[in-house]
Design a binder for this molecule. Structure first.
Ligand code: DMJ
Length: 458
């Protein structure tokens, strides 16, 4: 419960998208703001409990639901994604309720095809982070069973995985893939290897990362589409946005989480090439252009919101000042529209995609920077992100995507992605609350916000 004076500050801030007071005069009660995040999480969870229990995603305007993993079945995606967030917030009854559902309902023996990347980061990662939180062995067994079902996708000559696999038959499909779907496995699979003593998971994930790295161009860049069977590139565009983003993140993470020197070297080589060829300053702001991976020539200046995590990664990797400049460019864009649009072209100064799919990336970047230097501006960026979300995305039964961030008022659309439960609500809470359940010095959060290291059980 928060005191009424605090409530009125939050209410007033929620009503206005205007820039918040200067940091020098900042009297924000961060603990109260953390409590506010927790109470919003509990409120949204209770609607999910009533309206969409065990379903993949709630539709927060109509109070109905939609599936994500499979067209005609639900795997409790939001519930699994939410578990470690509930735990770190101390919402223990709700965590235990979710745990009970997982223990009694969840099975992966399904004749259905899933996207390997999404399942690994969301469900394998969600089960492992819930295991890290609560220690229940069945969660680890489920994560292992699911990963075993994904493994056929990695059995290629090149080591580059297929995109889809059937959970029961192991039949694979779609070799036309990209860096994120090739190289976003090591923290989840490596944690599984560590906990089970079975190296196969770590080795498959790392082999995929290395196989892609070895195909970099002479100037050290990766393009964004490749054939997993032949290992031939199918495009020339190098980007730090999707579908390449988390490839770079997981190179660094392999070093951070496991001390794997190969990962650090690959990260350093890729990052040096990106910094050399993709940095582009406009009006004093730093962006990363899409370039031709063989020549470095700029292809376009369109920015996809998902790339707003990148400043946090650069800072983690040692390029602190560059990471700060990158994050401040995205913060400027956030201040301009209230909520980041999915696409913005800094060359033409135009929004290219006006929606926002309830995205967490800028809060992710701010949180990673906060962990590194505790500069108050990262908390302020997280607060702006959170209060804008409360103002614009809150619907009758939870938080909703925005169809158009440029309209006035901003238009909502009837969908809440699973990652909302795992990502921004956790980033905000950790950023504001100073909880004893989290080790702020030694920790690891995956690309999906799953905590695989750093929880402290009371
Ligand atoms: C999340 O599923 C992960 O962060 C992923 O790496 C890309 N972005 C989405 C959320 O926007």
């Amino acid at each position: 419960m928060i005191a009424s004076t605090r409530r009125s500050f939050l209410a007033a801030a929620t009503l206005s998208a205007a820039p918040l007071p200067a940091l020098a005069a900042d009297r924000t009660d961060w603990h109260a703001l953390g409590e506010d995040v927790k109470s919003e999480m509990a409120w949204a969870w209770d609607h999910y409990r009533t309206k969409a229990w065990g379903r993949d995603e709630i539709k927060p305007i109509s109070g109905t639901f939609s599936s994500f993993v499979l067209p005609d079945r639900h795997l409790g995606l939001s519930l699994i994604e939410a578990m470690d967030t509930l735990w770190v917030m101390g919402l223990d009854d709700r965590f235990n309720d979710a745990l009970h559902w997982v223990m009694s309902e969840l099975s992966f023996d399904i004749d259905g095809e899933v996207q390997v990347f999404e399942i690994a980061i969301r469900i394998v990662g969600g089960l492992l982070s819930a295991h890290h939180a609560g220690g229940e062995p069945k969660l680890l067994a489920l994560a292992r069973d699911l990963t075993d079902r994904l493994m056929p996708a990695f059995a290629t000559k090149t080591g580059l995985p297929y995109r889809y696999v059937n959970l029961r038959s192991g039949k694979v499909r779609d070799p036309q893939t990209n860096p994120a779907e090739i190289g976003t496995y090591l923290p989840e699979f490596g944690t599984l290897s560590k906990l089970t003593g079975d190296r196969r998971y770590y080795d498959a994930a790392k082999r995929a990362q290395v196989a892609l790295f070895e195909r970099r161009s002479k100037i050290g860049l990766l393009a964004d589409t490749i054939d997993a069977e032949t290992g031939q590139w199918l495009s020339r565009r190098a980007t730090v946005g999707p579908p390449s983003d988390s490839y770079y993140e997981y190179l660094w993470d392999g070093w951070q989480l496991f001390g794997d020197r190969d990962c650090k070297r690959m990260y350093d080589v890729c990052t040096a090439a990106i910094l050399r060829h993709q940095q582009d300053r406009r009006d004093g702001r730093l962006w990363f252009a899409d370039v031709d991976f063989k020549t470095g020539a700029i292809l376009n200046r369109n920015q996809i919101e998902l790339a707003s995590f990148y400043g946090g990664l650069l800072a983690q990797g040692g390029a602190h000042a560059t990471g700060v400049a990158c994050t401040m460019a995205w913060s400027w864009l956030q201040d301009r529209y209230g909520v980041l649009p999915e696409g913005f072209d800094y060359g033409t100064d135009q929004v290219t995609h006006a929606s926002n799919k309830l995205r967490p990336e800028l809060a992710d970047g701010a949180f990673n920077l906060w962990l590194l230097d505790h500069d108050p501006r990262w908390r302020a960026i997280g607060r702006t992100h959170y209060l804008a979300m409360k103002r614009w995305n809150r619907a009758a039964y939870g938080y909703a995507d925005l169809a158009d961030v440029t309209s006035d008022p901003k238009r909502q659309s009837d969908h809440c992605p699973g990652y909302w439960w795992s990502e921004q609500m956790k980033y905000y809470y950790l950023l504001f609350a100073d909880t004893p359940r989290f080790d702020y010095r030694r920790n690891y959060l995956s690309t999906e916000g799953n905590v695989l290291l750093g929880f402290r059980r009371p």
